[in-house]
Design a protein around this ligand. Sequence first.
Ligand SMILES: Cc1cc2nc3c(=O)[nH]c(=O)nc-3n(C[C@H](O)[C@H](O)[C@H](O)COP(=O)(O)OP(=O)(O)OC[C@H]3O[C@@H](n4cnc5c(N)ncnc54)[C@H](O)[C@@H]3O)c2cc1C
Length: 440
Amino acid sequence: MSEIRDQVYWMQTIPEPTPEPLVGHVDVDVAVVGAGFTGLSTAYHVKQAEPSTTVAVFDAESVGFGASGRNGGFNMTLFGLTMPVTAVRFGKAKAKEAHLYMERAVDTTRDLIEDLELDCDYEHTGFLRVATSEKYEKRIRHDVKFARDLGLTGIDWLDADELADEVRSPLYRGAWWEPRCGILNPAKLSFAWAGVLRDLGVAIYEGTPITDIRPGDPKAILTTPQGAVTASKVVLATNAYSHLIRPMRFKQAPVWTHIVMTEPLDDRLAEIGWENRQGIEDARDLVHYYRLTADNRLVMGGRDVSIAYGENMDRDLNEATFRSLEKDTIDTFPSLEGVRFTHRWGGPVSVTLDMAPAIGFLGDRQIAYSIGALGHGVSLTHLNGATLADLVLERDTDLTDVFFVDRRIVPFPPEPLRFAVSQAIRGYLRAEDRLYDPKP
Ligand SMILES: Cc1cc2nc3c(=O)[nH]c(=O)nc-3n(C[C@H](O)[C@H](O)[C@H](O)COP(=O)(O)OP(=O)(O)OC[C@H]3O[C@@H](n4cnc5c(N)ncnc54)[C@H](O)[C@@H]3O)c2cc1C
Protein backbone atom coordinates (compact mmCIF):
# COMPACT_ATOMS: atom_id res chain seq x y z
CA MET A 1 0.00 0.00 0.00
CA SER A 2 2.73 2.49 0.92
CA GLU A 3 4.28 2.15 -2.56
CA ILE A 4 1.03 3.04 -4.31
CA ARG A 5 0.43 5.86 -1.85
CA ASP A 6 3.83 7.29 -2.79
CA GLN A 7 2.66 7.43 -6.42
CA VAL A 8 -1.00 8.45 -6.30
CA TYR A 9 -1.55 12.10 -5.53
CA TRP A 10 -5.14 11.55 -4.39
CA MET A 11 -4.03 9.01 -1.76
CA GLN A 12 -1.67 11.59 -0.30
CA THR A 13 -4.69 13.78 0.49
CA ILE A 14 -6.16 11.27 2.99
CA PRO A 15 -4.81 9.76 6.22
CA GLU A 16 -2.60 6.70 5.79
CA PRO A 17 -4.61 3.47 6.23
CA THR A 18 -3.95 1.31 9.27
CA PRO A 19 -5.38 -2.06 8.25
CA GLU A 20 -6.87 -4.27 10.92
CA PRO A 21 -7.14 -7.69 9.29
CA LEU A 22 -9.76 -10.22 10.27
CA VAL A 23 -8.46 -12.66 12.88
CA GLY A 24 -10.85 -15.52 13.69
CA HIS A 25 -14.37 -16.15 12.44
CA VAL A 26 -17.10 -13.68 11.60
CA ASP A 27 -20.68 -14.47 10.58
CA VAL A 28 -22.73 -11.94 8.59
CA ASP A 29 -25.77 -11.72 6.38
CA VAL A 30 -23.87 -10.05 3.54
CA ALA A 31 -20.12 -10.28 2.89
CA VAL A 32 -18.76 -7.76 0.41
CA VAL A 33 -15.37 -8.58 -1.13
CA GLY A 34 -13.60 -5.39 -2.26
CA ALA A 35 -13.68 -1.92 -0.70
CA GLY A 36 -13.84 0.19 -3.84
CA PHE A 37 -16.90 2.21 -4.84
CA THR A 38 -18.83 -0.93 -5.86
CA GLY A 39 -18.33 -2.61 -2.50
CA LEU A 40 -18.75 0.53 -0.41
CA SER A 41 -21.93 1.56 -2.21
CA THR A 42 -23.36 -1.96 -2.00
CA ALA A 43 -22.77 -2.08 1.74
CA TYR A 44 -24.38 1.35 2.15
CA HIS A 45 -27.47 0.49 0.13
CA VAL A 46 -27.98 -2.83 1.93
CA LYS A 47 -27.89 -1.04 5.29
CA GLN A 48 -30.19 1.70 4.02
CA ALA A 49 -32.76 -0.78 2.76
CA GLU A 50 -32.58 -3.16 5.73
CA PRO A 51 -30.71 -1.65 8.70
CA SER A 52 -30.80 -4.87 10.73
CA THR A 53 -28.81 -6.76 8.07
CA THR A 54 -25.27 -7.49 9.20
CA VAL A 55 -22.70 -6.47 6.59
CA ALA A 56 -18.91 -6.76 6.47
CA VAL A 57 -16.55 -5.49 3.77
CA PHE A 58 -13.17 -7.16 3.13
CA ASP A 59 -10.28 -5.72 1.16
CA ALA A 60 -6.99 -7.42 0.42
CA GLU A 61 -5.27 -4.05 0.82
CA SER A 62 -7.28 -1.09 2.01
CA VAL A 63 -10.34 1.04 1.25
CA GLY A 64 -9.87 2.65 -2.17
CA PHE A 65 -6.68 0.71 -2.97
CA GLY A 66 -7.94 -0.30 -6.43
CA ALA A 67 -9.20 1.90 -9.24
CA SER A 68 -11.52 3.75 -6.84
CA GLY A 69 -8.66 5.52 -5.07
CA ARG A 70 -6.62 6.28 -8.20
CA ASN A 71 -8.97 7.30 -11.00
CA GLY A 72 -9.42 10.56 -12.86
CA GLY A 73 -12.42 11.44 -10.72
CA PHE A 74 -14.85 12.08 -13.60
CA ASN A 75 -18.48 11.61 -12.60
CA MET A 76 -19.76 10.91 -16.11
CA THR A 77 -22.35 9.09 -18.19
CA LEU A 78 -20.26 6.93 -20.50
CA PHE A 79 -21.34 3.28 -20.55
CA GLY A 80 -19.01 0.87 -22.36
CA LEU A 81 -17.15 2.40 -25.31
CA THR A 82 -19.58 4.87 -26.91
CA MET A 83 -23.34 5.02 -27.37
CA PRO A 84 -23.24 3.91 -31.04
CA VAL A 85 -20.95 0.99 -30.13
CA THR A 86 -23.35 -0.04 -27.36
CA ALA A 87 -26.17 0.15 -29.92
CA VAL A 88 -24.30 -2.16 -32.29
CA ARG A 89 -23.78 -4.70 -29.49
CA PHE A 90 -27.19 -4.53 -27.77
CA GLY A 91 -29.53 -2.55 -30.04
CA LYS A 92 -30.66 1.07 -29.90
CA ALA A 93 -33.28 0.60 -27.18
CA LYS A 94 -30.69 -0.83 -24.80
CA ALA A 95 -28.16 1.86 -25.70
CA LYS A 96 -30.78 4.38 -24.61
CA GLU A 97 -31.56 2.37 -21.46
CA ALA A 98 -27.82 2.26 -20.68
CA HIS A 99 -27.49 6.03 -21.05
CA LEU A 100 -30.50 6.69 -18.82
CA TYR A 101 -29.01 4.33 -16.21
CA MET A 102 -25.76 6.29 -16.44
CA GLU A 103 -27.56 9.63 -16.07
CA ARG A 104 -29.20 8.23 -12.96
CA ALA A 105 -25.77 6.99 -11.82
CA VAL A 106 -24.23 10.45 -12.17
CA ASP A 107 -27.13 12.08 -10.32
CA THR A 108 -27.11 9.39 -7.62
CA THR A 109 -23.38 9.85 -7.03
CA ARG A 110 -23.74 13.58 -6.81
CA ASP A 111 -26.78 13.37 -4.52
CA LEU A 112 -25.09 10.86 -2.19
CA ILE A 113 -22.05 13.12 -1.93
CA GLU A 114 -24.24 16.09 -1.14
CA ASP A 115 -26.72 14.38 1.20
CA LEU A 116 -24.12 12.45 3.19
CA GLU A 117 -21.66 15.35 3.09
CA LEU A 118 -18.95 13.11 1.65
CA ASP A 119 -15.84 15.32 1.65
CA CYS A 120 -14.32 14.79 -1.83
CA ASP A 121 -13.87 18.22 -3.45
CA TYR A 122 -16.88 17.58 -5.69
CA GLU A 123 -17.28 20.21 -8.41
CA HIS A 124 -20.26 20.36 -10.70
CA THR A 125 -18.28 21.34 -13.77
CA GLY A 126 -19.92 19.53 -16.68
CA PHE A 127 -18.06 17.40 -19.23
CA LEU A 128 -16.51 18.18 -22.62
CA ARG A 129 -15.61 15.54 -25.22
CA VAL A 130 -13.37 17.53 -27.50
CA ALA A 131 -12.72 17.00 -31.22
CA THR A 132 -9.00 17.16 -32.00
CA SER A 133 -9.06 16.29 -35.73
CA GLU A 134 -11.49 16.54 -38.61
CA LYS A 135 -12.43 12.88 -38.33
CA TYR A 136 -13.01 13.14 -34.59
CA GLU A 137 -15.20 16.17 -35.21
CA LYS A 138 -17.30 14.04 -37.54
CA ARG A 139 -17.42 11.25 -34.95
CA ILE A 140 -18.56 13.54 -32.14
CA ARG A 141 -21.12 15.37 -34.27
CA HIS A 142 -22.47 11.97 -35.28
CA ASP A 143 -22.62 10.83 -31.66
CA VAL A 144 -24.44 13.99 -30.52
CA LYS A 145 -27.01 13.47 -33.29
CA PHE A 146 -27.24 9.78 -32.44
CA ALA A 147 -28.12 10.66 -28.83
CA ARG A 148 -30.72 13.19 -29.98
CA ASP A 149 -32.26 10.69 -32.40
CA LEU A 150 -32.66 8.29 -29.48
CA GLY A 151 -34.67 11.00 -27.75
CA LEU A 152 -31.94 11.81 -25.22
CA THR A 153 -31.41 15.35 -23.99
CA GLY A 154 -28.68 17.10 -22.02
CA ILE A 155 -25.97 16.71 -24.67
CA ASP A 156 -25.08 19.58 -27.03
CA TRP A 157 -22.50 20.35 -29.71
CA LEU A 158 -20.26 23.36 -29.01
CA ASP A 159 -18.58 24.77 -32.08
CA ALA A 160 -14.93 25.85 -32.02
CA ASP A 161 -15.69 29.45 -30.99
CA GLU A 162 -18.05 28.46 -28.21
CA LEU A 163 -15.48 25.96 -26.95
CA ALA A 164 -12.69 28.56 -27.07
CA ASP A 165 -14.76 30.72 -24.73
CA GLU A 166 -14.45 27.87 -22.23
CA VAL A 167 -11.06 26.20 -22.82
CA ARG A 168 -8.42 27.16 -25.38
CA SER A 169 -6.23 24.64 -27.20
CA PRO A 170 -4.84 24.80 -30.75
CA LEU A 171 -6.11 21.22 -31.19
CA TYR A 172 -9.80 21.90 -30.51
CA ARG A 173 -12.45 21.97 -33.25
CA GLY A 174 -15.57 21.74 -31.12
CA ALA A 175 -16.97 19.49 -28.41
CA TRP A 176 -19.75 17.34 -26.98
CA TRP A 177 -21.03 19.31 -23.97
CA GLU A 178 -22.80 17.58 -21.11
CA PRO A 179 -23.51 19.81 -18.11
CA ARG A 180 -24.82 16.99 -15.89
CA CYS A 181 -21.31 15.70 -15.02
CA GLY A 182 -18.68 16.65 -12.43
CA ILE A 183 -15.24 15.99 -11.00
CA LEU A 184 -14.09 14.80 -7.58
CA ASN A 185 -11.14 13.50 -5.58
CA PRO A 186 -11.64 9.71 -5.63
CA ALA A 187 -9.42 8.77 -2.67
CA LYS A 188 -11.18 11.33 -0.48
CA LEU A 189 -14.51 9.91 -1.63
CA SER A 190 -13.44 6.33 -0.76
CA PHE A 191 -12.22 7.48 2.65
CA ALA A 192 -15.44 9.38 3.31
CA TRP A 193 -17.52 6.33 2.36
CA ALA A 194 -15.64 4.19 4.87
CA GLY A 195 -16.54 6.66 7.61
CA VAL A 196 -20.24 6.58 6.70
CA LEU A 197 -20.25 2.78 6.67
CA ARG A 198 -18.52 2.44 10.03
CA ASP A 199 -21.14 4.81 11.50
CA LEU A 200 -23.82 2.51 10.10
CA GLY A 201 -22.25 -0.48 11.86
CA VAL A 202 -20.59 -2.05 8.84
CA ALA A 203 -17.33 -3.83 9.73
CA ILE A 204 -14.48 -3.10 7.29
CA TYR A 205 -11.56 -5.51 7.36
CA GLU A 206 -8.59 -4.15 5.44
CA GLY A 207 -5.45 -6.22 4.80
CA THR A 208 -7.79 -9.20 4.45
CA PRO A 209 -7.68 -11.01 1.11
CA ILE A 210 -10.43 -13.53 0.52
CA THR A 211 -8.46 -16.53 -0.69
CA ASP A 212 -11.27 -19.02 -1.23
CA ILE A 213 -15.07 -18.82 -1.57
CA ARG A 214 -17.35 -21.83 -1.32
CA PRO A 215 -21.09 -21.55 -1.77
CA GLY A 216 -23.07 -23.40 0.91
CA ASP A 217 -26.51 -23.91 2.37
CA PRO A 218 -27.39 -21.91 4.42
CA LYS A 219 -24.08 -20.04 4.35
CA ALA A 220 -21.21 -19.51 1.97
CA ILE A 221 -17.75 -19.90 3.50
CA LEU A 222 -14.99 -17.41 2.71
CA THR A 223 -11.42 -18.07 3.73
CA THR A 224 -8.89 -15.41 4.77
CA PRO A 225 -5.23 -15.88 5.82
CA GLN A 226 -6.08 -15.68 9.53
CA GLY A 227 -9.76 -16.51 9.66
CA ALA A 228 -13.01 -17.35 7.97
CA VAL A 229 -16.31 -15.69 7.13
CA THR A 230 -19.73 -17.26 6.86
CA ALA A 231 -22.34 -15.28 4.95
CA SER A 232 -25.83 -15.82 3.54
CA LYS A 233 -24.95 -13.69 0.51
CA VAL A 234 -21.65 -12.64 -1.01
CA VAL A 235 -20.92 -9.72 -3.33
CA LEU A 236 -17.75 -9.84 -5.40
CA ALA A 237 -16.84 -6.19 -5.82
CA THR A 238 -13.37 -7.14 -6.99
CA ASN A 239 -13.41 -5.35 -10.36
CA ALA A 240 -10.16 -5.83 -12.33
CA TYR A 241 -8.95 -8.45 -9.84
CA SER A 242 -12.00 -10.67 -10.39
CA HIS A 243 -10.27 -13.15 -12.72
CA LEU A 244 -8.07 -14.15 -9.76
CA ILE A 245 -11.17 -15.73 -8.22
CA ARG A 246 -11.50 -19.12 -9.91
CA PRO A 247 -15.17 -19.12 -11.11
CA MET A 248 -14.69 -15.56 -12.42
CA ARG A 249 -11.52 -16.42 -14.34
CA PHE A 250 -12.74 -15.92 -17.91
CA LYS A 251 -15.39 -13.25 -17.37
CA GLN A 252 -13.10 -10.20 -17.40
CA ALA A 253 -9.48 -9.15 -17.78
CA PRO A 254 -7.54 -6.28 -16.21
CA VAL A 255 -6.30 -3.44 -18.38
CA TRP A 256 -4.15 -0.63 -16.97
CA THR A 257 -4.64 3.07 -17.64
CA HIS A 258 -2.01 5.63 -16.64
CA ILE A 259 -1.94 9.20 -15.36
CA VAL A 260 0.54 12.07 -15.05
CA MET A 261 0.02 15.19 -12.95
CA THR A 262 1.59 18.65 -12.99
CA GLU A 263 2.54 21.03 -10.23
CA PRO A 264 -0.17 23.63 -9.41
CA LEU A 265 -0.66 25.79 -12.52
CA ASP A 266 -1.83 28.99 -10.87
CA ASP A 267 -1.46 31.92 -13.32
CA ARG A 268 -0.29 29.61 -16.15
CA LEU A 269 -3.98 28.83 -16.54
CA ALA A 270 -4.77 32.35 -17.75
CA GLU A 271 -3.92 31.59 -21.38
CA ILE A 272 -6.03 28.41 -21.35
CA GLY A 273 -9.14 29.84 -19.77
CA TRP A 274 -10.85 26.81 -18.23
CA GLU A 275 -12.50 28.97 -15.55
CA ASN A 276 -15.39 26.52 -15.42
CA ARG A 277 -12.98 23.62 -14.84
CA GLN A 278 -14.81 21.03 -16.96
CA GLY A 279 -13.63 17.42 -17.08
CA ILE A 280 -12.33 16.84 -20.63
CA GLU A 281 -11.89 13.74 -22.78
CA ASP A 282 -11.09 13.46 -26.47
CA ALA A 283 -12.81 11.16 -28.93
CA ARG A 284 -10.01 8.62 -29.43
CA ASP A 285 -10.72 4.95 -28.78
CA LEU A 286 -7.84 5.06 -26.28
CA VAL A 287 -9.00 8.38 -24.88
CA HIS A 288 -7.10 11.14 -23.19
CA TYR A 289 -8.89 12.36 -20.06
CA TYR A 290 -7.85 15.49 -18.21
CA ARG A 291 -9.02 17.89 -15.56
CA LEU A 292 -7.87 20.25 -12.82
CA THR A 293 -7.53 19.35 -9.15
CA ALA A 294 -8.77 21.49 -6.28
CA ASP A 295 -5.29 23.07 -6.09
CA ASN A 296 -5.12 23.61 -9.88
CA ARG A 297 -2.81 20.79 -10.89
CA LEU A 298 -3.54 19.29 -14.28
CA VAL A 299 -4.23 15.55 -14.30
CA MET A 300 -3.72 13.95 -17.73
CA GLY A 301 -4.54 10.28 -18.21
CA GLY A 302 -5.09 7.69 -20.91
CA ARG A 303 -3.52 7.69 -24.45
CA ASP A 304 -2.59 4.00 -24.27
CA VAL A 305 -3.23 1.04 -22.00
CA SER A 306 -1.10 -1.77 -20.59
CA ILE A 307 -2.09 -5.42 -20.53
CA ALA A 308 -0.66 -8.34 -18.57
CA TYR A 309 -0.24 -12.05 -18.96
CA GLY A 310 -2.11 -14.50 -16.74
CA GLU A 311 -2.35 -13.48 -13.09
CA ASN A 312 0.25 -10.72 -13.27
CA MET A 313 -1.17 -7.52 -11.73
CA ASP A 314 2.07 -5.52 -11.84
CA ARG A 315 1.46 -3.03 -14.66
CA ASP A 316 0.79 0.23 -12.82
CA LEU A 317 3.87 1.98 -14.21
CA ASN A 318 4.60 2.46 -17.92
CA GLU A 319 7.47 4.83 -18.68
CA ALA A 320 6.65 5.17 -22.39
CA THR A 321 3.01 6.08 -21.72
CA PHE A 322 3.99 8.54 -18.98
CA ARG A 323 6.38 10.30 -21.37
CA SER A 324 3.74 10.41 -24.10
CA LEU A 325 1.18 11.84 -21.69
CA GLU A 326 3.59 14.57 -20.64
CA LYS A 327 4.17 15.46 -24.30
CA ASP A 328 0.42 15.33 -24.99
CA THR A 329 -0.18 17.78 -22.15
CA ILE A 330 2.11 20.35 -23.80
CA ASP A 331 0.73 19.64 -27.29
CA THR A 332 -2.75 20.32 -25.93
CA PHE A 333 -1.77 23.42 -23.97
CA PRO A 334 1.53 24.80 -25.40
CA SER A 335 1.62 27.57 -22.80
CA LEU A 336 2.46 24.87 -20.25
CA GLU A 337 5.87 24.22 -21.87
CA GLY A 338 8.39 23.70 -19.06
CA VAL A 339 5.79 22.81 -16.43
CA ARG A 340 6.96 20.32 -13.80
CA PHE A 341 5.25 16.94 -13.63
CA THR A 342 5.12 15.80 -10.02
CA HIS A 343 3.19 12.50 -10.06
CA ARG A 344 2.78 9.43 -12.25
CA TRP A 345 0.63 6.44 -11.50
CA GLY A 346 -1.63 3.81 -13.02
CA GLY A 347 -4.30 1.35 -12.09
CA PRO A 348 -6.28 -1.59 -13.42
CA VAL A 349 -9.78 -1.36 -14.88
CA SER A 350 -12.05 -4.32 -15.52
CA VAL A 351 -12.71 -5.14 -19.19
CA THR A 352 -15.17 -7.68 -20.53
CA LEU A 353 -14.62 -9.08 -24.01
CA ASP A 354 -17.53 -7.06 -25.43
CA MET A 355 -16.43 -3.97 -23.46
CA ALA A 356 -19.69 -3.49 -21.59
CA PRO A 357 -20.52 -3.80 -17.89
CA ALA A 358 -22.13 -6.90 -16.42
CA ILE A 359 -23.79 -7.77 -13.14
CA GLY A 360 -24.66 -11.38 -12.40
CA PHE A 361 -24.58 -14.33 -10.07
CA LEU A 362 -22.39 -17.38 -9.75
CA GLY A 363 -24.37 -20.60 -9.38
CA ASP A 364 -27.56 -20.43 -7.32
CA ARG A 365 -27.76 -16.66 -6.71
CA GLN A 366 -25.82 -16.69 -3.45
CA ILE A 367 -22.73 -14.98 -4.89
CA ALA A 368 -23.24 -11.83 -6.97
CA TYR A 369 -20.60 -10.01 -9.01
CA SER A 370 -20.18 -6.75 -10.91
CA ILE A 371 -17.51 -6.30 -13.57
CA GLY A 372 -16.67 -4.45 -16.78
CA ALA A 373 -16.96 -0.80 -15.73
CA LEU A 374 -13.92 -0.10 -17.97
CA GLY A 375 -12.38 3.32 -17.31
CA HIS A 376 -15.77 4.88 -16.60
CA GLY A 377 -16.95 3.39 -13.35
CA VAL A 378 -17.09 6.21 -10.82
CA SER A 379 -20.79 6.88 -11.27
CA LEU A 380 -21.67 3.40 -12.55
CA THR A 381 -20.25 1.65 -9.47
CA HIS A 382 -22.24 3.91 -7.17
CA LEU A 383 -25.54 3.01 -8.81
CA ASN A 384 -24.47 -0.61 -9.29
CA GLY A 385 -24.10 -0.73 -5.51
CA ALA A 386 -27.82 0.04 -5.22
CA THR A 387 -28.59 -2.59 -7.85
CA LEU A 388 -26.44 -5.22 -6.11
CA ALA A 389 -28.11 -4.41 -2.80
CA ASP A 390 -31.53 -5.05 -4.33
CA LEU A 391 -30.24 -8.31 -5.82
CA VAL A 392 -28.80 -9.72 -2.59
CA LEU A 393 -31.87 -8.60 -0.64
CA GLU A 394 -33.95 -10.42 -3.28
CA ARG A 395 -35.97 -7.36 -4.23
CA ASP A 396 -37.24 -6.98 -7.78
CA THR A 397 -36.86 -3.32 -8.69
CA ASP A 398 -36.39 -1.20 -11.79
CA LEU A 399 -32.67 -1.44 -11.10
CA THR A 400 -32.57 -5.24 -11.07
CA ASP A 401 -34.53 -5.20 -14.35
CA VAL A 402 -31.76 -3.40 -16.25
CA PHE A 403 -30.56 -5.37 -19.28
CA PHE A 404 -26.97 -5.88 -18.14
CA VAL A 405 -28.06 -7.72 -14.99
CA ASP A 406 -27.81 -11.47 -15.63
CA ARG A 407 -26.65 -10.87 -19.18
CA ARG A 408 -24.68 -13.46 -21.08
CA ILE A 409 -20.95 -12.82 -20.89
CA VAL A 410 -18.71 -13.70 -23.81
CA PRO A 411 -15.80 -15.49 -22.06
CA PHE A 412 -12.13 -14.69 -22.63
CA PRO A 413 -10.15 -17.69 -23.84
CA PRO A 414 -7.49 -19.20 -21.53
CA GLU A 415 -3.85 -18.04 -21.76
CA PRO A 416 -1.89 -17.69 -23.97
CA LEU A 417 -4.90 -16.83 -26.15
CA ARG A 418 -6.29 -14.21 -23.75
CA PHE A 419 -3.09 -12.22 -24.01
CA ALA A 420 -3.09 -12.53 -27.80
CA VAL A 421 -6.76 -11.41 -28.01
CA SER A 422 -6.09 -8.45 -25.69
CA GLN A 423 -3.07 -7.43 -27.77
CA ALA A 424 -5.11 -7.69 -30.97
CA ILE A 425 -7.90 -5.50 -29.56
CA ARG A 426 -5.40 -2.90 -28.34
CA GLY A 427 -3.64 -3.02 -31.72
CA TYR A 428 -6.93 -2.34 -33.50
CA LEU A 429 -7.77 0.60 -31.20
CA ARG A 430 -4.29 2.09 -31.67
CA ALA A 431 -4.55 1.72 -35.44
CA GLU A 432 -7.97 3.35 -35.57
CA ASP A 433 -6.69 6.24 -33.45
CA ARG A 434 -3.81 6.76 -35.89
CA LEU A 435 -6.27 6.73 -38.77
CA TYR A 436 -8.46 9.35 -37.13
CA ASP A 437 -5.54 11.59 -36.22
CA PRO A 438 -2.15 10.88 -37.76
CA LYS A 439 -0.40 13.46 -35.52
CA PRO A 440 2.30 11.69 -33.36
C1 LIG B 1 -6.13 5.39 -13.59
C2 LIG B 1 -7.63 5.25 -13.66
C3 LIG B 1 -8.41 6.33 -14.06
C4 LIG B 1 -9.80 6.19 -14.11
N1 LIG B 1 -10.55 7.31 -14.35
C5 LIG B 1 -11.89 7.26 -14.23
C6 LIG B 1 -12.68 8.44 -14.30
O1 LIG B 1 -12.16 9.54 -14.39
N2 LIG B 1 -14.03 8.31 -14.24
C7 LIG B 1 -14.62 7.10 -14.11
O2 LIG B 1 -15.87 7.05 -14.10
N3 LIG B 1 -13.90 5.97 -13.96
C8 LIG B 1 -12.55 6.02 -13.99
N4 LIG B 1 -11.82 4.90 -13.82
C9 LIG B 1 -12.51 3.63 -13.54
C10 LIG B 1 -13.05 3.59 -12.12
O3 LIG B 1 -12.05 4.01 -11.23
C11 LIG B 1 -13.47 2.16 -11.79
O4 LIG B 1 -14.43 1.71 -12.73
C12 LIG B 1 -14.10 2.03 -10.41
O5 LIG B 1 -13.35 2.71 -9.43
C13 LIG B 1 -14.20 0.57 -10.04
O6 LIG B 1 -14.59 0.45 -8.70
P1 LIG B 1 -14.72 -0.96 -8.02
O7 LIG B 1 -15.14 -0.77 -6.63
O8 LIG B 1 -15.56 -1.85 -8.87
O9 LIG B 1 -13.26 -1.58 -8.10
P2 LIG B 1 -11.91 -1.19 -7.35
O10 LIG B 1 -11.90 0.21 -6.90
O11 LIG B 1 -10.81 -1.63 -8.24
O12 LIG B 1 -11.94 -2.07 -6.03
C14 LIG B 1 -11.72 -3.45 -6.05
C15 LIG B 1 -11.15 -3.78 -4.67
O13 LIG B 1 -11.19 -5.20 -4.50
C16 LIG B 1 -10.10 -5.58 -3.71
N5 LIG B 1 -9.89 -7.01 -3.91
C17 LIG B 1 -9.66 -7.65 -5.07
N6 LIG B 1 -9.59 -8.98 -4.87
C18 LIG B 1 -9.81 -9.19 -3.55
C19 LIG B 1 -9.88 -10.37 -2.73
N7 LIG B 1 -9.71 -11.59 -3.22
N8 LIG B 1 -10.11 -10.21 -1.39
C20 LIG B 1 -10.30 -8.98 -0.87
N9 LIG B 1 -10.25 -7.84 -1.62
C21 LIG B 1 -10.00 -7.94 -2.93
C22 LIG B 1 -8.96 -4.70 -4.23
O14 LIG B 1 -7.90 -4.56 -3.28
C23 LIG B 1 -9.68 -3.39 -4.52
O15 LIG B 1 -9.54 -2.46 -3.46
C24 LIG B 1 -10.42 4.96 -13.79
C25 LIG B 1 -9.63 3.88 -13.41
C26 LIG B 1 -8.25 4.02 -13.33
C27 LIG B 1 -7.42 2.85 -12.87
